[in-house]
Ligand binder design. Structure first.
Ligand SMILES: C[S@@+](CC[C@H](N)C(=O)[O-])C[C@H]1O[C@@H](n2cnc3c(N)ncnc32)[C@H](O)[C@@H]1O
Length: 373
């Protein structure tokens, strides 16, 4: 049973896309199974986490001839007989393992669940950052505030608290954030430094721990980097860049981008915003783009790196982004999301910008927009 449609790029024509979104490819029985899976999804998730974290799945992975219940019990003396039994049984229903001739084996889904880096990063993010707050989705939608955030700390938005998260939470948040940047930044270097305007002064808004700036500084010796973010994140960026020997080659701008009373200092050839505008609501995006106008040199451009859910070639990628939107609702700030490109383009237009270039499928999943006045 699989819920994942494999669509490659050339299949993303309109006709195929319609069936992709309208569920036409499901047979009724598969659709019903999917609905049943959803009914118990929270338990399926928690049991999967335990099967992974107790190392039951990895033990099965390393025993390709299977393990009997008694053998498994002996491997995990700290888990009760009852505990192992219910987890194994749940694992069968979930599809992480199977039983044959009184031996347990890991399934392909089980192998992906513990080994696929993207699955692991998403799972840890869900468990350590989102899970408890997910229960507050209704309240968050109704109040427009991240009602689940109180499980992590007493802040208005998660960005205020990032540097203060507990170690495990912090790791899961940053692993998630960095994962989706790490594989795209090397590709961006080719695009960025191949502009007609040779970028000399680049402003990275939402610079986070400074990873992008570090790539730029390594890639181009002439570039002048400015990093704009909230103070907590800039302190981490400073430490990171200094440790790489870039001291004196960048400037830090502590600035709340939503504060309309302050202007972005300086003028730039390129304003870079990577996975940043998705942290804001429709109106806030327009506000931010308007604030950027005064910080652009003549002929300067804004480059935006986003993962739009409607640009994804795989169902799983689209699904992951749509679920990530709910993190923004319940945990981040209560009003932002991973955008549909059609919605996003209208916001660019409303802010008075023109799209100069659109690169879809950068590192498979990202879209890089170059916009100007
Ligand atoms: C999802 S991260 C993106 C990080 C990075 N650009 C990347 O591509 O991996 C969003 C960043 O925006 C920053 N941010 C959120 N709200 C902000 C605000 N109001 N003003 C300035 N920075 C903000 C956060 O601190 C965080 O570092």
């Amino acid at each position: 049973m699989t819920y994942i449609y494999k669509l490659n790029q050339q299949n993303m024509n309109t006709k195929k896309k319609e069936s992709f979104f309208k569920d036409k490819e499901y047979h009724a029985f598969t659709a019903l199974e999917k609905a049943h899976f959803l009914s118990f999804a929270p338990y399926a998730f928690q049991a999967s986490i335990l099967l992974r974290d107790y190392s039951i799945l990895s033990k099965l992975e390393s025993n390709s001839n299977g393990l009997s219940f008694e053998e498994l019990k002996n491997e995990f003396p700290n888990i009760s007989y009852y505990g192992i039994r219910i987890l194994l049984e749940a694992g069968i229903g979930i599809g992480l393992l199977y039983e044959e001739n009184e031996k347990y084996f890991i399934t392909k889904t089980g192998l992906f669940f513990i080994n696929d880096r993207m699955v692991v990063v998403n799972t840890n993010f869900m468990q350590d950052i989102c899970y408890q707050g997910a229960f507050k989705l209704k309240e968050s939608i109704e109040n427009g505030t991240p009602a689940g955030l109180s499980y992590l700390g007493n802040w208005n938005t998660i960005y205020e608290g990032l540097s203060q998260l507990k170690e495990k939470e912090k790791k899961s948040w940053f692993d998630f954030d960095h994962y989706y940047s790490d594989f795209v930044f090397p590709e961006i270097m080719k695009i960025l430094f191949d502009q007609e305007i040779k970028p000399l002064e680049v402003l990275d808004i939402g610079a986070n721990t400074g990873k992008f700036s570090s790539y730029c500084l390594q890639h181009n010796k002439q570039v002048k980097m400015s990093l704009l973010d909230l103070p907590g994140q800039l302190a981490m960026a400073d430490e990171h860049l200094k440790s790489q020997g870039f001291e004196g080659k960048y400037q830090l701008i502590a600035h709340n981008i939503l504060d309309e009373t302050i202007v972005i200092p300086g003028k730039y050839d390129i304003i870079w915003m990577s996975q940043f505008l998705d942290c804001f609501s429709d109106d806030e995006i327009i506000l931010i783009l308007n604030k950027c106008k005064v910080a652009l040199k003549e002929n300067g451009v804004i480059m935006i790196n986003e993962t739009f859910w409607d640009h994804q070639p795989f169902h799983a990628a689209m699904y992951s982004l749509q679920m990530t939107s709910l993190y923004f609702t319940t945990m981040a700030n209560g009003n932002s999301q991973m955008y549909d490109s059609r919605v996003f383009m209208k916001l660019i237009e409303k802010a008075g910008f023109k799209v100069i270039d659109t690169k879809v499928g950068v590192a498979t999943t990202h879209t890089v927009l170059t916009i100007g006045l």
